[in-house]
Ligand binder design. Structure first.
Ligand SMILES: C[S@@+](CC[C@H](N)C(=O)[O-])C[C@H]1O[C@@H](n2cnc3c(N)ncnc32)[C@H](O)[C@@H]1O
Length: 113
């Protein structure tokens, strides 16, 4: 089995548990970074994203993509796990953004819609 396939299968399997454990802290308003939930106001990592193009590699359930699209960024979410992308589709609010399935280590990508 390729590492890409094993990686995809892992994320498909743990997607639900990952959302249960982490969803409230990821990309929430105010923006919080990483496992220590450091506020973006402290890091000022992104600033104003209005009209900026954003590619979220490994977007998972799209918490950050959703937040940044809501702030006016032109977002594409990329993930190798169809289960994670299904969670992103389900969680997508009024602000729509495109999702694509693919691996940052693969040469082909497959749009989900
Ligand atoms: C730790 S989660 C992060 C999800 C989300 N971005 C967040 O902030 O919580 C890692 C995500 O990257 C995806 N992923 C892992 N390896 C990848 C690869 N090679 N190409 C694309 N996505 C990948 C997984 O499916 C998973 O959704």
């Amino acid at each position: 089995m390729t590492s890409n396939r094993a990686n995809r299968q892992l994320w498909n399997r743990i997607s639900g548990a990952y959302q249960d454990d982490h969803d409230p802290r990821i990309g929430a308003a105010p923006r919080l970074w990483g496992m220590f939930s450091i506020p973006d106001q402290e890091l000022n990592a992104l600033g104003d994203v209005t009209s900026k193009r954003v590619l979220e590699l490994g977007c998972g359930a799209g918490q950050w993509s959703r937040t940044l699209a809501g702030e006016g960024a032109l977002v594409v979410g990329l993930d190798l796990s169809e289960t994670q992308l299904a969670a992103a589709t389900q969680a997508m609010g009024a602000t729509r953004y495109p999702l694509a399935r693919g691996s940052r280590s693969a040469t082909t990508m497959k749009p989900t819609r």
